[in-house]
Design a protein around this ligand. Structure first.
Ligand code: ZN
Length: 269
């Protein structure tokens, strides 16, 4: 996997015959109390020393990933648009910077239906962000959650559902990784003998959760299940030599993962 070009809001990589581009929607700051030890316990004796804080808060990058096969572009997650804090919503500028025309994006795939992943379907002006969108994929278990998003009403009937194991196009395969949300999914993207796992919200806090994958997140729908999924997906990537690409890893959020002690180590690319 080779890094091609990059800028403030993007980094582009070659995987076999594919171009995979990380796109930075922005960031969101969260309190340390969101971190949970097994048993839903907070860190009452102070945060773990390896935590990297910005102004006393956890800063989560918010990233989306474009997969370009030379014909069409599939986008995995879309950022928050103007639906949350104003520190997010820069996906359109990131696409411009990366030189990806929005009318080449024909497929959008969601890892799950939290707003920092789906609301970027619509620009702040109310227009469609991707005017030539033809296929929109939502995890089967989250179809009702998606249909509950009133702002995205015009997309409700267009959404197709997918399940773990299903292929979406020639190079993308869904992997069920439930827990953070009921249908949370990762995507194995392969070409030739190279691959990257675009893993959504497997990790929220990279300074802690690689070394200590047992640490969960208050917003996990099911912390136990999320913990098991994190361990399984990290092992899958580490043991197969796949790169990983994370929605909340520090931008650009792409790198290699190896086993280290009782946890894992992440080396950004
Ligand atoms: Zn998220």
């Amino acid at each position: 996997m080779k890094r091609n070009h990059s800028g403030d809001l993007h980094a582009s990589y070659t995987i076999g015959a594919l171009t995979v581009t990380s796109l930075r929607d922005g960031y969101v700051d969260m309190p340390v109390t969101r971190l949970r030890q097994p048993g839903d316990k907070t860190f009452d004796d102070g945060p773990p020393p390896q935590l990297r804080l910005v102004g006393g808060q956890l800063r989560l990058s918010v990233n989306a990933f474009a997969i370009d096969d030379g014909a069409d572009v599939a986008l995995i997650d879309t950022g928050a648009s103007n639906a949350w804090h104003p520190t997010m919503g820069r996906l359109p500028q990131a696409l411009l910077e990366a030189n990806i025309a929005v009318d080449r994006i024909r497929t959008v795939i969601f890892t799950h239906t939290h707003l920092d992943h789906i609301q970027g379907l619509i620009l702040p002006s109310g227009e469609d962000a991707f005017p030539r969108l033809s296929r929109l994929f939502v995890p089967w278990e989250e179809r009702d959650l998606f249909r509950a998003e009133a702002r995205l009403q015009r997309f409700h009937d267009r959404a197709e559902t997918f399940e773990g194991g299903q292929r979406i196009g020639a190079s993308i395969e869904a992997i069920a990784a439930h827990g953070h949300e009921v249908g949370h999914s990762c995507f194995r993207v392969t070409s030739g003998d190279e691959g990257v796992v675009v893993w959504g919200d497997i990790v929220h806090v990279p300074s802690l959760q690689f070394a200590r994958p047992e640490i969960a997140w208050e917003f996990d729908d099911d912390q136990e299940q999320a913990r098991a999924s994190r361990l399984r997906i990290m092992a899958l990537a580490a043991d197969n030599g796949y790169a990983v690409a994370g929605a909340h890893l520090d931008s650009p959020g792409v790198g290699l993962i190896t086993r280290a002690g009782t946890g894992f180590q992440f080396d950004p690319l």
